[in-house]
Design a binder for this molecule. Structure first.
Ligand SMILES: NC(=O)c1ccc[n+]([C@@H]2O[C@H](COP(=O)([O-])OP(=O)(O)OC[C@H]3O[C@@H](n4cnc5c(N)ncnc54)[C@H](OP(=O)(O)O)[C@@H]3O)[C@@H](O)[C@H]2O)c1
Length: 325
């Protein structure tokens, strides 16, 4: 097999595409021939040693992928050779083959394309948990999505619309805002060239959004939190801008608003039944055409370094998918 090996987590430039021994699955594991893998922002942080989880080198990065099971370990009864699956967690996705625990797998219903499946679990799983569970989104509410043209951002537009919300999508360029409109956003804000507080005020008749979905953090967070509506829920998804903001707590009091943390991976580990139900609901929405991963570009698996460069320089709209031909 071949895979991208990280021996020194100083950044994508140190990754090497290498021949490795094809692993045999142990008890409770399967070996998957990978058809497609997608990039999530934490993949970039992991190869820079900047993420909360720090795998011991050498390791193969790539947290999300889809493919076909080609060998099963001892005691595996719920999956068989030939099954199509998607997986998130455990790493190893940026290669041709991987061994994964069956607890990380989602069986793919018939008709679920591999490139969509490789770009599905993390973005939609996170966003469902955020909006429907932690945010308790109700139809008719207004959701403001920051970084709305990114991976989790595009999923947030689709899920919020499918749940009956009004969506204001905010992003850093007119091209990104245009994509958000295509995905069904009711209004957009280009925060690179306009005052986000004035725009929010104008678009919500001065009331502010009921929910803010924030995967960006940095210097956007405080002005946006100052604009949130009464009883608003500010969903903390991530800090793609690089800085963790500090919000003055008096603002929560003034708005009767909540700052709500979202940690999808931990939710999946601690609440497996709720997690599996959420994925089943999402797969049904995919089959009904209510949601569909937005794929910016498909690159060959060997194009990982180029993909990381594009992600790190904010060029991606939706998801980047790497495929094994
Ligand atoms: N809490 C959880 O469970 C969970 C799960 C998955 C992901 N996350 C987090 O969610 C965030 C987004 O992940 P993603 O996979 O959707 O990433 P992504 O596709 O790269 O989107 C991130 C967006 O952030 C914005 N951004 C602002 N400053 C940036 C910078 N300096 N570098 C890169 N992007 C910047 C960009 O939008 P503009 O150019 O429009 O500003 C970009 O589209 C990450 O922080 C990730 O760790 C959290």
């Amino acid at each position: 097999m071949k895979a991208w090996l990280c021996e020194n987590p100083i950044g994508p430039e140190a990754l090497e595409w290498k021949d490795l021994p094809t692993p045999e699955p142990k008890a409770g594991e399967v070996r998957i021939a990978i058809k497609a893998a997608s990039l999530n922002f934490p993949d970039l942080l992991i190869v820079q040693n900047k993420y909360q989880a720090k795998p011991t080198p050498p390791f193969v990065p790539g947290s999300e992928y889809a493919g076909v099971i080609e060998a099963v370990g001892e005691g595996v009864t719920n999956f068989k050779v030939g099954d199509a699956v998607a997986a998130f967690g455990g790493g190893g996705g940026f290669g041709t083959h991987v061994v994964a625990k069956t607890s990380l797998l989602m069986p793919l219903p018939k008709g679920f394309a591999f490139d969509d499946a490789a770009a599905f679990l993390c973005t939609y799983g996170t966003t469902w948990h955020a909006l429907m569970d932690r945010g308790a989104l109700k139809p008719g509410e207004t959701v403001l999505v920051l970084g709305a043209a990114g991976g989790v951002g595009t999923a947030a537009i689709q899920i919020a619309k499918a749940a009956g919300a009004k969506v204001i999508a905010a992003a850093s360029s007119d091209e990104k805002c245009a994509l958000c409109k295509e995905l069904g956003a009711d209004a957009t804000i280009n925060y690179a060239k306009s005052n986000i507080r004035d725009e929010i005020k104008a678009l919500t008749d001065g009331k502010g959004p009921d929910i803010v979905y924030d995967p960006v953090g940095g210097d956007l967070a405080e002005p946006v939190f100052r604009s949130i509506g009464w009883r608003g829920r500010y969903l903390v998804i991530g800090f793609a801008q690089g800085t963790i903001p500090a919000i003055p707590l008096n603002l929560t009091l003034l708005k009767g608003a909540s700052i709500v943390g979202v940690f999808w991976g931990e939710f999946a580990r601690r609440e497996p039944k709720n997690h599996v139900q959420a994925l089943a609901d999402l797969a049904a929405w995919y089959a009904q055409g209510k949601i569909k991963p937005v794929i910016d570009t498909r690159l060959p698996m060997t194009g990982l370094k180029d993909a990381f460069t594009r992600m790190g320089s904010r060029q991606v709209r939706g998801k980047l998918v790497l495929v094994n031909e």
